[in-house]
Design a binder for this molecule. Structure first.
Ligand SMILES: [Zn+2]
Length: 235
C-alpha cells in the first residue's frame, strides 16, 4: 500500500496544543470538537534546573507518547508509527539508499565550505565579483575591519583551500555544462588531467585551517561544531 503524503495530512504538533491546555489537564479539546488525551511527564534539566513537567500527546491508536500526530484524509489521528507517511524529503532525488546523489548536493556542499573559508578569512565580498579568479586575487582581496584575527600560516592555508574548492566546484559543474553544450552541438575541452586529485589533496591538507583549536571555548560545546566539514566530505 502506498504511504499517504505528509502534505495531504493534517498535522498536530505539541506547540499547537500547548497554548490550549491548562497545566495538568488530562485532555485537550481541539477546535474541531474532538478530544485528545495528554500525558504529563517529568522533565529534568530545564526550567532553570528545577524539576518541571513536560507535555506530550498520546496517540489514540497505540497510546504511545508523541510530539506530533498526523491525520491522513478520511482517518483518525495517529502517531508516525501508526501512520507511516511519505515526506517530501523521502522523495527528493538521491534520498534512497544506493541511489547516486545528485551533483547539485555536492555543489551545495562545496559552496557552504567555501563560504565558511571566506568567513574565516574575513573577506569583504564573497563570492568574488569576477567570474574567474585565482589564489592571487584572494591575497589582494579586501578584508572586513571586524575580520577574525588569524595567523599568516592559517590565512595562506585558507586561501589555498578556497582555491582548491573552486576547482572542485568547477569539476562538479562540468557534467551539466557538457550536456548543455552537446545539445547545442558544441564540444568542450576536457579539464586538465589530475585537477580533481590535486584539489582534493589540497582540501585534505588544509582541513586544519577550518577547525577550531582545543583552547577555543566553542570547540568543547557538545557534538561537532557547526560549519566544520565532516571528515568524509571530500573523500
Ligand atoms: Zn500510534
Amino acid at each position: 500500500m502506498r504511504r499517504p503524503r505528509a502534505e495531504a495530512c493534517d498535522r498536530l504538533a505539541l506547540v499547537d496544543v500547548r497554548g490550549l491546555v491548562e497545566p495538568g489537564a488530562e485532555t485537550a479539546e481541539l477546535p474541531d470538537g474532538s478530544a485528545l488525551a495528554l500525558r504529563w511527564g517529568e522533565a529534568r534539566g530545564c526550567y532553570g534546573g528545577r524539576p518541571g513537567r513536560a507535555l506530550l500527546l498520546v496517540c489514540p491508536i497505540c497510546s504511545r507518547s508523541a510530539r506530533v500526530l498526523w491525520r491522513p484524509p478520511g482517518r483518525g489521528w495517529g502517531c508516525c508509527r501508526c501512520w507511516p507517511l511519505s515526506h517530501a524529503s523521502h522523495r527528493r532525488p538521491g534520498a534512497r539508499k544506493g541511489q547516486p546523489k545528485p551533483l547539485r548536493w555536492r555543489r551545495d556542499q562545496i559552496h557552504r565550505e567555501q563560504y565558511r573559508c571566506a568567513e574565516l578569512l574575513g573577506l569583504e565580498c564573497w563570492p568574488p565579483l569576477r567570474l574567474l579568479w585565482s589564489a592571487r586575487d584572494l591575497q589582494l582581496a579586501a578584508r572586513r575591519p571586524d575580520a577574525p584575527r588569524i595567523s599568516h600560516h592559517r590565512q595562506q592555508a585558507l586561501i589555498h583551500r578556497l582555491d582548491a574548492l573552486e576547482s572542485l566546484r568547477v569539476l562538479a559543474i562540468i557534467p551539466s555544462v557538457d550536456s548543455f553544450a552537446k545539445g547545442l552541438g558544441l564540444a568542450l575541452t576536457p579539464p586538465p588531467a589530475g585537477m580533481g586529485a590535486r584539489a582534493t589533496e589540497t582540501v585534505h591538507a588544509t582541513g586544519w585551517a577550518v577547525r577550531r583549536g582545543p583552547r577555543d571555548p566553542r570547540a568543547s560545546r557538545g557534538g561537532p561544531a557547526a560549519g566544520i566539514a565532516p571528515k568524509s566530505l571530500f573523500d
